[in-house]
Design a protein around this ligand. Sequence first.
Ligand code: ADP
Length: 263
Amino acid sequence: IEASGAPIPSPDGKSQWALFVIHDMTNQRKLERMRRDFVANASHELRTPLSIIKGYVETLVDGHQTMEVADRDKFLRTIQRHSDRLKSIIDDLLTLSRLESATLGVKFASLDIAQYLEDLAEEYRRRPQATDHEIVVNFPGKLGPFEGDDEKLVHVFGNLVENALKYTPKGSRIELGATAAGADEVEFFVRDNGPGIPAADLPHIFERFYRVEKGRSRETGGTGLGLSIVKHIVQLHGGRVWAENRAEGGLVIFVRLPRQRKE
Ligand code: ADP
């Protein structure tokens, strides 16, 4: 709490009054700290692949003439992998910052959910990383009308399906669909039958740069920003998103969105 005081003349000018301003800084401090943490985290995440690239390039500059071809190839491929990683982090950071500056930019338009999710599923089924997975679409019941920003929602459901592909073993099944949640909302879900997420990590997975297994997630090309982008877009729609482990094993992400723009 920050407080300040100043003497002011009373309205009739005959005496002195005192004016006190008491300012609750909790939120502002919190925001400042979040911003600082974010810059520190982002710098660290960018620096790691960059240091690796730098190290390998220096070794190549010094020794490429005497080096075995196989070693040189290995070095170059490592540089390529870490450059790709750097690019994904920067792309995700740009997406986040664009979303932050586009609070008013959500374009609500009528959307045929069944068709929309079926098209999305079909697109992912054709991807090479999905050849060993089964992707199914499931609508238990009537959905009713829905309005949303299809371009932004592609990021949401695309990210969730990509995660399910990344974090479940071959042969796993990914199910996406939606159910009506009362007259005003639709509840979308993306579920898998993979390993799920330890209970202690569940509340944090929507935070920026949060990864359950740092090493494994980096190997799979994860930036730790995917779910924070998902959360951001869902909030722009006036909805909410959460994750639960399924009793039968696997993870389910729920996305509950209002049927129409909330005023
Ligand atoms: P990343 O870019 O690392 O995938 P995300 O923000 O998308 O970051 O996800 C955060 C973490 O949540 C991931 O690193 C992963 O450990 C965990 N995770 C996300 N989806 C799943 C899933 N379907 N099954 C198991 N773990 C998951």
